[in-house]
Design a protein around this ligand. Structure first.
Ligand SMILES: [Zn+2]
Length: 411
């Protein structure tokens, strides 16, 4: 079997893996990196039988619309993933236009690839011309799936993986395979205790409100904003939600079986004021105590409006809830205490905090998961410190750290 990463082997972003086996060509994920400017993986091969999408985040899904230009490529994913990926790729196109970048696909591509997609249940099996792919939940976010391709060898592709349960989804369960292709985002890093993190987060929110400030919570629209809202449920804070997360909420509500506890999710949303129109933002600032809003790295979206209004207020807080990539405003804020809005650099007076609400398995969880699959070969991808996992795994499996571009073979 022949493997080739088009991108995302040694970095977090632009993931794409081509697998060739017995005359078939499969593509696992095809993402972009939504930086400024965006970056893209290598072109996909001209013939692909099946493209399997693990989940909707743009670093996994952002290039899938261009597959509509290939003659017979079928796109396969859970219905939740297909719906959210459609939303995110349309948004990526809008942002590219606003920022003056040439996008690699058009609105037409997004629409026509939708018509060629096949939705597979989260525990379902896809069969097409002798190809068989089994889906199983990956934790991470609703709809995220690990996929097991039954070929000359059984290959398990994890996409992004979370083994511990979160508010939104249960943890991934083990699947036996011959070859495990596993994400490595948290190689060498462990997460702090989740319950303790949430307690500190709620305490910081309460402390800010008590001193007369407002809390801005920048959060990614897909998964993170919902997780934060569930962590705040029943706390009694006046909470507002702004940005694309509300469209994602509707998709999640329409597929309750993809949530760990849809009743609790609905209940968490019941207590939240949703901003439907930019004219309502002043009300959120006046009457709200907590504003959960996109973008999660402070690089765009309604969060910039709220920061612009509150950055001089030392009583207020900006509480980051996600990974802040190098070069992002969020990273600049954590490292230097400044951020840049429309070419103007500001130094917010607010208190700055960061809380680990990660949807990825930590180092030890990844090691345990890999061991439990009984894989003879582990291919590590989607990480910039993979050698730390290789050291931990090499006692029980052959470990491969591929590079982007060249093919490699597993017999
Ligand atoms: Zn993801």
């Amino acid at each position: 079997m022949d493997f080739q990463f088009l991108g995302g082997a040694s970095e977090i972003g632009s993931l794409g893996l081509v697998v060739r086996d017995q005359g078939r060509t499969l593509l696992f994920d095809y993402g972009m990196t939504p930086t400024d400017p965006p970056s893209y993986p290598q072109p996909a091969p001209p013939t692909i039988d099946v493209a399997v999408l693990s989940h909707a985040h743009l670093d996994h899904s952002g290039m899938t619309p261009i597959l509509s230009r290939l003659p017979k490529a079928r796109l396969v994913a859970t219905p939740v993933t297909l719906a959210v990926a459609n939303l995110l790729t349309r948004d990526a196109l809008k942002i590219a236009r606003l920022e003056g970048y040439l996008a690699p696909f058009t609105t037409n591509d997004i629409s026509s690839y939708g018509s060629r997609a096949t939705a597979v249940d989260r525990h379902g099996t896809f069969r097409h011309r002798g190809i068989e792919i089994e889906f199983t939940p990956a934790g991470h976010i609703p709809g995220a799936s690990m996929t097991l391709y039954r070929g000359a060898k059984d290959i398990l592709f994890t996409g992004d993986l979370q083994t511990i349960p979160t508010h939104l989804v249960g943890g991934a369960e083990s699947v036996e395979c011959d070859v495990l292709v596993m994400e490595s985002t948290y190689a060498g890093k462990e997460h702090p205790d989740r319950k303790e993190t949430e307690r500190r987060f709620r305490d910081k929110v309460a402390e800010t409100i008590a001193r007369g400030g407002k809390v801005i919570v920048p959060a990614f629209a897909v998964g993170r904003a919902q997780e934060v809202l569930m962590a705040l449920a029943s706390s009694g804070f006046e909470t507002y939600l702004d940005g694309m997360a509300r469209a994602v909420n509707s998709i999640y509500l329409s597929a309750p079986e993809y949530l760990r506890d849809s009743k609790r999710f609905r209940h968490a949303l019941d207590g939240v004021h949703v901003i439907e129109h930019p004219s309502e933002r002043k009300k959120a600032l006046r009457e709200g105590e907590v504003i959960v809003t996109t973008g999660g790295m402070l690089d765009g979206g309604p969060v910039l409006y709220y920061v612009g209004e509150l950055y001089r207020d030392a009583n207020s807080s900006i509480l980051l809830t996600g990974y802040q990539v190098d070069g992002s405003n969020g990273r600049q804020l954590l490292d230097e205490g400044t951020m840049t809005i429309d070419d103007t650099t500001i130094r917010p007076m607010c208190e700055i905090g960061k809380f680990d609400f990660s949807a990825h398995a930590g180092h030890s969880d990844l090691v345990r998961f890999a061991e439990s699959t009984r894989a003879e070969t582990v291919v590590l991808m989607h990480g910039d410190r993979r050698e730390l996992l290789r050291d931990a795994l090499s006692g029980f499996a052959d470990v491969i750290l591929p590079a982007n571009g060249p093919s490699f073979t597993i017999e």
